[in-house]
Each structure stands twice: as C-alpha cells, then as structure tokens.
Write a protein that binds this ligand. Structure first.
Ligand code: AMP
Length: 549
C-alpha cells in the first residue's frame, strides 16, 4: 500500500527557507577576511545567500553550473554553502593547500565555471587561473582586485559584495531533484590524485539531521557550535548545515585555525560545542598551557576525529572540564559516521568500560550500517577481536567517484573504507590501521595506531608515527618516527623499555628516528607515505655510509 504522505524533496532550498523563516534570529559570529569581528543573523545570511544565487543566475550560470571556492571559513563561504546549491548550482569547495597541479586537476574534473576566492588565496588562484580555460568569473572576497591585476587574469573579475548587489534576496527557488549534487568535495589524495565525491541534496539533509540527534552531536537551538574545520574538508564535516538546520549559533574561525585565533574566537563567541582534528586541539592545549590557562569558558564538548585521537588528549581536556568525543568518518561517508557517545547501560562507576568506549572510534550512527570483512571479502564476526576492513553503506555514503567507472572500492554495494579494525557486539568500531599503512610482520598484523598510542604515552613524546619497513626475515617490521616534547629527551632504548610493559614484545620498533615535526597532508593529517619515504631514505643513507667506511 502506498502511503498517504507528501513527497517533497529534501535539500538545501528547504533548509534555506527554514533558516530564514524559523531560525532567522540565530547568529553567526566570525572574523572577516581582515580578522575583524563580524556578526550576522541567519536571516541576513539567508538573504545574502539568496542574492548570491540570484546574481549567479543573472550572469548566466545555468542550473548545475559548478562554482568553486578557495577560501577560509568566512561568512561569505557559508553564504555560498546555502546560496549556490539552493539555486540549483553545485558548490565545489577546493582545498587551497593542495599543490597547484592538483587544484587544476580537481577544478577541471569538476568543470568549475566560477571561483569565489578570499584575499589569502589569491596567490594560489594566480598560479592556476591560466590553466582553467572554462573558468569565466573570479569573485573576490575582501575587496576588488586592483585594475592591473584584474587585467592580467584570463577571466572576468568582480568583488563579492558587488556581485551580491546585482542579485535579489530570493528564497523560493524551483524544486530541485533531491538526488542532484549540492556540494562536491575531493578526497585528500595522499596516494594518488584526489577523487571527487558529490553530496546530494538528500544526503546533505540526512547527514545534517543525523548530526542533530542526541546519539551524535545533539545540536539544537540552544547550542553554539565552533566548527574548527576547514569548509573544504568533507563538507565542513556537515557541521554548517547541521547548525543551520538546528538554529545553533555558529562561531566561524575565518581564515585561521591557529591556536591563539581559536582561543580568541572561543572567548568572543562562547561556543558550547566544537569539532576538529586532534592536531587543532593539541595545539590549543599547548597554547593554553603556555598561557597557564585552565578553562575554556562555556565549551563542554569537543568532537574530535579525522585521525586517531590520543588518550592523553582526551584526558587533558577532561581535566579542563571538556568532554572529548571521538568520531570517525571519511570524505566518502559525508563525515562523522561513528561517534563514541557513552551509552546509559555502562554504569557510571564502570570507569574501565567507559574508557574503552571513549578510546574506540565510536558506534555507527543510525541510518548507516557497518561490518567487518577480511581483505578477500569474507565477512568476519563483530566480536571486538576479529580484525578486518571496515565496510559501510547508507544514504550518505558514496557509491562512486566523479568521472570514474571503476568500482573496486565497493563490495556487494558496501563501501570498502580502507580502514582496518574491529566491531564489537555493541557496535563499537575500533580502528587498528589503514590497510595501506598496516604492518605485517611474519604473517601477523602489528596495529600501528595502538603502537603509536603506547609510544605517545611516554612523557617525553609529543607525537609519533609508526610505519612498515621492509625486512628480509619478517617481510615487514615497524619503524617509529618520534617528535619529542619541547625540552624533553629520550633515547630509542628508553622508549623501547617503556614499551616492553605496554605492548607485545614482537611489536617493538626495529628502527627509530627523531624529527622536529611530522609531515602532514593538505588537511593536516599525518602523511604516513612521506614518513615511510623519509625512513627508507635514512636507511639507504646509513647503508651507503656504512659501505664507504
Ligand atoms: P578524510 O576523507 O580525509 O576525512 O579521511 C578519512 C580517514 O581518516 C578515515 O578513513 C580514517 O583512516 C581516518 N580517520 C577518521 N577518523 C578517525 C579516527 N577517529 N581515528 C582514526 N582514524 C580516523
């Protein structure tokens, strides 16, 4: 029997109307392009977003036209989040930290016809503009370009405010098929060219709704959210859309995620909830310690993910009165897909189980399903012990990549995440490794994330990466690259001694290196490919030196 329910499409136009008509009084507090504080109500934001969509339409950007952004987390970028998809165009948020060749690749593949660029990214734009023949408009945020500079560009340019002045604050756009792409993001591309994931109007809506549920972030109109996340990374983790949906006030960090700037924003906007990768929070912690500060105002919860969250970080924030919730997700799954909320059935006195849950990547959110399989595809039990590749499916998980017909990343319609780990009987996912980073020693897996965690727990260690190194006897053995805490010292022997009581003896790294900083990807994650390369070069150099002696 068919239901009697209406069938109205989900998506950004519906969200935009709700933002303007119901959540209009909620507000965005931010730093603008000149780092001056600026406040906008959601109603103003929606009206400006409407103008943007309308101006793009007037300029002949048709339905489905792709509009790129090279910009920080500025209010204008948020307006583009609403105005571009609501008017049936596609927003393509580009990571400006990528190499120029990669930006040209993603902008060409996406077929960007216009680009919104803030002042800090104009240099990058100049590097690529002449290689994008389809690009016909540059929109500058933070002021118009000087005439001679504009004349040197192969496309027309206009100041963002001047563009808005040409449009109308339009909210009622034609109905858009909810399966059309609203936002396009590319993966980090550490092992090859970035791959494009198109989030549909429907997936954006459903994922935002999921973030608002209490088992996830529980966002509501009493929340004040600080997304310490670049807006080009996984759709800003879906956080802007969730806040707009919930009517949660937003504190936007602008172009800088540096600790002093984040702290200034926290002081100015008093967020209750924040989200970001572990590096952001460990930098903030170091800054707080340097300032001898022991509070973060109204901030009670930080959702942390995108990379392994060290237990020491969770503990340090707990001491500041801030609960750190670990979350797991990926570009392909529209961000946070599992989150480590502590269920009520874990007794409050049961500290050990609570700690185990907090250390897990989390339980998959309702609407998505996760399972574990060996690399041949045979399903493994969800017993918390069987390690395999995590597979996931659901309405906000991608089934493919832009312009690619290859479906090697799918298994019976489930996305192969490339993450190794276990799932327990209560649905807690615990990662052990990335498939490509895994260390197989004498046929047995050594979980690099657990080994890193054990090394990181040494008081002299600030950060560490463990990678697989070739070994004639065991095929692979672990090597550790360590960053020591400022003023601290530790030798490989001392670190090995520390590990002896903490991990299996056969896990102990064979080789150690000490560096000032670990290489990071364009979204600030540890780049294990480069760490491994660095270790291999050191081994080669040492072998050459030994031969010459
Ligand atoms: P990205 O698409 O850039 O967001 O990268 C997604 C990848 O980040 C995942 O496949 C994981 O390997 C990693 N990741 C995300 N969250 C976590 C987490 N909480 N712990 C460990 N790794 C994570």
């Amino acid at each position: 029997m068919k239901s009697t329910m209406q069938d109205s499409p989900l998506g950004v136009p519906l969200l935009m109307r709700h933002v303007a008509r119901v959540n209009g009084r909620s507000r965005v507090g931010a730093f603008d392009a000149q780092r001056q504080p600026i406040t906008r109500t959601f109603a103003e934001l929606a009206a400006r977003a409407g103008r943007l969509g309308s101006a793009l339409e007037q300029r002949g950007f048709g339905s489905g036209a792709v509009i790129g952004t090279l910009a920080g987390a500025l209010p204008e970028h948020l307006e583009a989040y609403l105005g571009v998809p609501a008017s049936a165009r596609v927003l393509h948020t580009i990571n400006p930290r990528m190499h120029a060749d990669q930006i040209v690749h993603v902008a060409t593949l996406a077929d960007d016809e216009a680009m919104i660029v803030d002042a800090g990214n104009l240099g990058k734009f100049h590097e690529i503009a002449s290689r994008l023949p389809r690009l016909r408009l540059l929109v500058t945020v933070g002021g118009p370009l000087p005439g001679d500079l504009a004349a040197s560009l192969p496309c027309e340019t206009i100041d963002y405010e001047a563009l808005l002045a040409q449009g109308e604050p339009r909210l009622d756009w034609p109905i858009i098929d909810e399966h059309e792409t609203a936002i396009l993001c590319f993966t980090g591309g550490t092992t090859g060219l970035p791959k494009g994931v198109g989030y549909s109007h429907r997936s954006v809506w459903l994922q935002a709704m999921s973030l608002c549920t209490a088992n996830s972030l529980g966002l509501g109109s009493a929340s004040r959210l600080l997304p310490a996340v670049p807006l080009y990374h996984v759709n800003g983790w879906g956080l802007p859309f969730a806040a707009l949906m919930a009517g949660a006030d937003l504190a936007l960090p602008g172009a800088s995620l540096q600790a002093p700037d984040l702290l200034a924003l926290i002081d100015a906007e008093a967020p209750t909830l924040a989200a970001g990768v572990p590096t952001i929070w460990s930098d903030l912690l170091a800054h707080l310690r340097a300032m001898q500060r022991t509070h973060l105002g109204a901030l009670t919860t930080i959702a942390c993910g995108g990379a392994q969250v060290p237990q020491s970080l969770i503990d340090a924030y707990a001491a500041l009165g801030v609960r750190m919730l670990q979350a797991w997700g990926m570009t392909e799954t529209s961000s946070m897909s599992a989150i480590s909320q502590t269920p009520g059935w874990i007794a409050s006195a049961d500290r050990a189980t609570q700690a185990r849950c907090a250390a897990a990547q989390g339980r998959v959110v309702c609407g998505l399903e996760a399972r574990v399989a060996d690399l041949g595809g045979t399903l493994l039990p969800c017993d918390g012990a069987s390690v395999g590749e995590i597979q996931i499916r659901g309405p906000w998980v991608t089934h493919g990549y832009l312009g690619q017909d290859d479906h090697a990343h799918l298994h019976d319609g489930w996305l192969r995440t490339g993450d190794l780990g276990t799932i327990d009987a209560d649905g807690f996912i615990s990662l052990t490794d990335r498939v490509k980073d895994a260390i197989k020693s004498g046929g047995e897996w050594i979980p690099s994330l657990a080994l890193e965690e054990a090394i990181r727990s040494h008081p002299a260690v600030l950060d560490v990466a463990v990678v697989a190194l070739p070994d004639p006897r065991w095929q692979e053995r672990p090597g550790a690259v360590v960053v020591l805490a400022p003023g601290a010292g530790a030798t490989p022997d001392e670190l090995a001694q520390w590990l002896v009581t903490r991990v299996a003896k056969w896990w102990l790294p064979e080789r150690w290196a000490f560096v000032d900083a670990l290489p990071r990807t364009a979204v600030g994650k540890m780049d294990k490919k480069r760490v491994r390369q660095m270790m291999l070069e050191r081994i080669d150099a040492a072998a050459t030196a030994a031969e010459q002696c």
